[in-house]
Design a binder for this molecule. Structure first.
Ligand code: PGA
Length: 267
């Protein structure tokens, strides 16, 4: 069965509640009725409930779902400044980005920490969007595949086959994030194939074949189609370009399966 494309907007630390609602009003008419792509928006925590409500009020709750950018692995406790899965579920959040390279590099997240979060997210029935990817130094040292194998092994260690098949892995080469330097379609596809082989070794061919592996790192309207045309690229995790609803809608259009790539809603 072909994998359904999955495209997520990672807004990082951008947009207030009001700006979030305005964005939803601009995006929804641009994405049309076609339900052939999973569209996911990940705003900062304070905007999550408003976005879930706005999308539902705009009649797009079946096409657009809402993700968090992070979560704590414990359901509750003395963890000042943290947010739990039950809190996210109560807001209507259905997916969580885990292990983004900014979390790893700037906030000290480790493979073990990513593993704990991924387990908790999957056990709660939400979709983990697990980020992996090498730094420039690791790529130049020829260590890209070793890094990916390690991050996949460690980060998804706690999942059952079924949970691994339902998870989303985001390949985000650190050197391509926010730099305007995008991986070539061949580089992306080679990394995605390696990730799928790693998943197959751990979870079997069925789970590896079902898991969506999406690319992130300077995805823009003008490079999305070439990346998405690669057989093992199942969607995108979009940072900077997702902040503009028109640009994000263009990326969504480029991601649709070729037979449904229609121009609806883009005028
Ligand atoms: P970018 O960010 O699209 O701005 O490079 C991607 C990401 O960090 O998820």
């Amino acid at each position: 069965m072909p994998r359904r494309p999955f495209v997520a907007a990672n807004w990082k630390m951008h947009k207030t509640v009001g700006e979030t609602v305005d964005y939803a009003r601009e995006l929804v008419p641009r994405v049309g009725d076609a339900g052939d792509v999973d569209i996911v928006l990940a705003p900062p925590f304070p905007a999550l409930p408003a976005l879930v409500d706005a999308v539902a009020d705009l009649g797009a709750g079946d096409r657009i779902t809402v993700a968090a950018q992070n979560v704590h692995a414990e359901p509750q406790g003395a963890f000042t400044g943290e947010v739990s899965l039950p809190m996210l579920q109560a807001c209507g959040v259905t997916a969580v980005i885990v292990g983004h390279s900014e979390r790893r590099q700037l906030f000290g997240e480790t493979d073990a920490g990513v593993d704990a979060k991924v387990r908790a997210v999957a056990a709660a029935g939400l979709t983990p969007i697990v980020c992996v990817g090498e730094t420039l130094a690791e790529r130049e040292a020829g260590r890209t595949f070793d890094v990916l194998d390690r991050q996949i092994d460690a980060g998804l260690a706690g999942l059952s086959r079924e949970q691994a098949g339902a998870a989303v892995v985001a390949y985000e080469p650190v050197w391509a994030i926010g730099t305007g330097r995008v991986a070539t379609p061949d580089q992306a596809d080679a990394a995605h194939r390696r990730i799928r082989a790693s998943l197959a070794a751990r979870f079997g061919d069925d789970a590896a074949g079902a898991c969506r592996i999406i690319y992130g790192g300077s995805v823009k309207p003008d490079n999305a189609a070439a990346l998405m045309a690669q057989p093992d690229v199942d969607g995108a995790l979009v940072g900077g370009a997702s902040l503009d609803p028109a640009a994000f809608a263009e990326i969504l259009a480029a991601t649709r399966p070729p037979d449904s790539r229609i121009m609806e809603g883009r005028c």
